[in-house]
Ligand binder design. Structure first.
Ligand code: MG
Length: 254
């Protein structure tokens, strides 16, 4: 009898652990997993490496070039090339720090198709709302054509781009807003999946985490590289942490 109750207690404990784990904070690699050998920010290698350490998602940045192509890069001007004013050919001639050519979005998504990590696609803020609409239309179409709709989430600082992603993606596609200046209630009214804010915003407004959850939204915080901040966010129940040091975050979560 004693053995039986021990087995039942153990099973319950295991189930409880499983539950806690399922509820726990997920790791998103910021610009991929780039702080490691052979990698570079927003490189295809960084996407592959984020996938190889089982990150929930890998974040990357997208620009629309002067000739209406999509490329993956963070800075508006990188190694002397302005992404919005240059052609795709000029942009992709840039060599990243790991020796890769700056990737097009198509090349990036082609590789993603062989992996399992979720794609956290940030559209950078462009010169005009028209350029952003054009970029969103092209991105949404490409993601659909490549069969990645169910694995892609969208983020933007631009209010216009955020609204366009909500308008043009299938219902239920996660779209998060980055700027940090809208309350959970306002984001809900827009149809956002939730706030994806700099962690300092949540330190000023810790109540926004619970408010978001109460409204059925998720909470992401960026870019969190310090263990103390990670622990604070985990304790406050954020759903996702975007970090440059995904392995360190995974260790804290274990
Ligand atoms: Mg980004």
């Amino acid at each position: 009898m004693k053995l039986k109750s021990l087995i039942i207690t153990s099973a319950l404990l295991l189930a409880a652990c499983g539950y806690t784990q399922a509820q726990s904070t997920q790791v998103i690699a910021h610009r991929g997993f780039w702080k490691t050998d052979g990698s570079a920010q927003n490189s295809i290698a960084a996407l592959v490496k984020a996938d190889s350490i089982n990150c929930y998602g890998s974040e990357f940045d997208v620009w629309l070039t002067a000739d209406n192509q999509l490329v993956v890069n963070h800075d508006s001007t990188f190694k002397g090339v302005n992404m919005q004013k240059s052609t795709a050919q000029q942009c992709t001639a840039v060599i990243l720090d790991n020796g890769e050519q700056l990737p097009t979005l198509r090349q990036y998504l082609e590789k993603a198709g062989q992996l399992k990590t979720r794609l956290i696609l940030e559209l950078k803020s462009h010169k005009t709302p028209e350029r952003e609409t054009r970029a969103v239309e092209s991105i949404v179409k490409m993601v659909k054509d490549m069969g990645l709709e169910n694995r892609t989430e969208y983020i933007a600082f631009s209010r216009h781009a955020t609204k366009e992603f909500i308008r043009l993606t299938p219902k239920g596609t996660p779209v998060y807003y980055l700027e940090g200046d809208l309350s959970p209630k306002e984001l809900k009214e827009w149809g956002c999946a939730g706030p994806d804010y700099h962690f300092s915003v949540f330190k000023r407004h810790p109540e926004w985490i619970k408010e978001s959850h109460d409204l059925g939204m998720k909470v992401n915080a960026w870019t969190v590289n310090d263990a103390k901040d990670m622990k604070w966010l985990i304790d406050h129940g954020v759903d996702f942490i975007t970090t440059n040091v995904p392995v360190e975050l995974q260790e804290i979560l274990q």
